[in-house]
Ligand binder design. Structure first.
Ligand SMILES: Cc1ncc(COP(=O)(O)O)c(C=O)c1O
Length: 411
């Protein structure tokens, strides 16, 4: 029988939360950059390194079999996490979101696109979902088009339907802006793109760690995300892609473990997913990510989403009391994840970040790898507080008191 744990009790699973920063109790509001790691994930990594740190798929001895079984179990956890059928081979382990986007850009887009084909993006994308497509456009003659943003940084149905058209071959869009927390209407974008015969890549770096994602129901063609933002280790991430696409795509990297047969003249490829996992993979990382997915599923992604929803509403109420802040992407809670980005009149975001650091509060300041969105807003950066399952309303109160005090000092 599984017991439903109280959200407040989960804090004790994260050793870093009992630590201090600058001599103060840590308030960790930089989850958009990376999350803290719970003990079960640390234990899974430790277990692999201390008990059975052999290579996978190669040994006929017990340690290697244990490692292989743990690696395979980790992939099964990701299948469950995304509600994907285990048999499909549709989950590829990569180094993270950035590598997953580059894999699709290289193995699919550079092979398939030609002059005049259109790649549709938005100006709110993280650089890792813009720069690889610029490279594809440069090498293939494809053209990039951007769905226009409203002044607040949102998409409109008119913008979506007028930008995606018969020349569109791919739409690559974030599931949740890492700056504002705004969640574009993915279902609608996917429906419109598919109607025009285009594929859709969803950048799930922020989405997959904070909301339940059922890729079958969503019907996206590619979904990319990073382990480290969802309680897992760094250096491991996922590319989900529909099987027919993976089967038709050329491998991204070549070498051991991804082949069926090698002769002196030529080679043939293993089946998916191995075809896309050349060389010794990040075995420990995958095992840690599997443990992270299990941990989040035990709590329930719906509950995590509800918790963050409450925190974001509370943060909005508390912070909107201050006339000197400007909040970006304020939107109906249904379309907004646990991210609160703001500027303070006349104060540089880095100064705010440094003073918060002195209070033991970790936030991110700057352009958040989203310079085009900053240009759209006419600013150079924001202060971003981003939540996860272990954050509390008391921390938000502490944060608001610190912001009020530092405004008095800096203004
Ligand atoms: C929306 C979004 N996309 C992509 C990335 C890149 O992720 P990674 O650096 O883990 O590859 C991030 C990281 O902050 C992100 O927030």
């Amino acid at each position: 029988m599984t017991t439903v744990r109280n959200m407040a009790d989960l804090r004790s699973d994260f050793p870093a939360l009992s630590g201090t920063m600058r001599g103060r109790d840590l308030v960790y509001f930089d989850n958009g950059a990376t999350s803290l790691k719970p003990q079960p994930v640390i234990d899974a990594l430790n277990d692999y390194y201390s008990r059975y740190s052999a290579n996978i798929h190669r040994g006929v001895y017990e340690m290697s079999e244990l490692a292989t079984a743990a690696y395979d179990r980790a992939r099964e956890s990701i299948y469950r996490f995304l509600s994907v059928d285990t048999e499909t081979g549709e989950v590829i382990f990569t180094r993270g979101t950035t590598e997953s986007v580059n894999l699709v850009a290289t193995s699919w887009a550079r092979e398939q696109l030609g002059p005049g084909d259109e790649i549709v993006l938005t100006a709110m994308e993280h650089h890792s979902n813009i720069v690889p497509w610029q490279q594809v456009a440069r090498r293939t003659g494809a053209v990039i088009r951007y769905i226009p943003l409203t002044p607040e940084g949102f998409l409109t149905d008119e913008g979506i339907t007028q930008t995606i058209g018969d020349k569109t071959r791919l739409v690559a869009v974030t599931g949740m802006s890492n700056v504002t927390g705004y969640m574009p209407p993915l279902e609608r974008i996917i429906e419109v793109a598919h109607r025009h015969g285009a594929l859709v890549l969803v950048d799930g770096a922020q989405l997959a760690s904070h909301r339940p994602v059922d890729v079958g129901a969503l019907d996206c063609d590619f979904l990319v995300f990073s382990g480290h933002k969802m309680c897992g280790p760094t250096g491991i991430g996922v590319l989900y892609a529909k099987k027919n696409l993976l089967e038709s795509m050329e491998p991204f990297l070549f070498g051991g473990d991804m082949i069926r047969e090698v002769t002196l003249e030529h080679s043939t490829w293993a089946r998916v997913p191995e075809k896309f996992e050349a060389g010794t993979p990040n075995i420990a990382g995958a095992i840690g990510l599997g443990a992270a997915a299990d941990y989040l599923m035990d709590i329930g992604m719906e509950r995590i989403a509800e918790h963050e929803h409450r925190l974001t509403e509370y943060m909005t109420t508390v912070m909107h009391r201050f006339p000197f802040i400007r909040n970006y992407g304020d939107q109906s809670p249904d379309r907004r994840g646990g991210i609160f980005s703001f500027t303070i009149d006349g104060v540089h975001p880095h100064d705010v970040g440094s003073l918060l650091d002195q209070q033991g509060i970790a936030v991110r300041t700057g352009f958040h790898c989203a310079q085009p969105l900053m240009t759209h807003f006419g600013i150079t950066g924001t202060i971003r507080a981003s939540f996860f399952l272990y954050n509390t309303e008391e921390e938000i109160d502490q944060f608001a008191r610190a912001v009020e005090r530092l405004y008095e000092i800096l203004s």
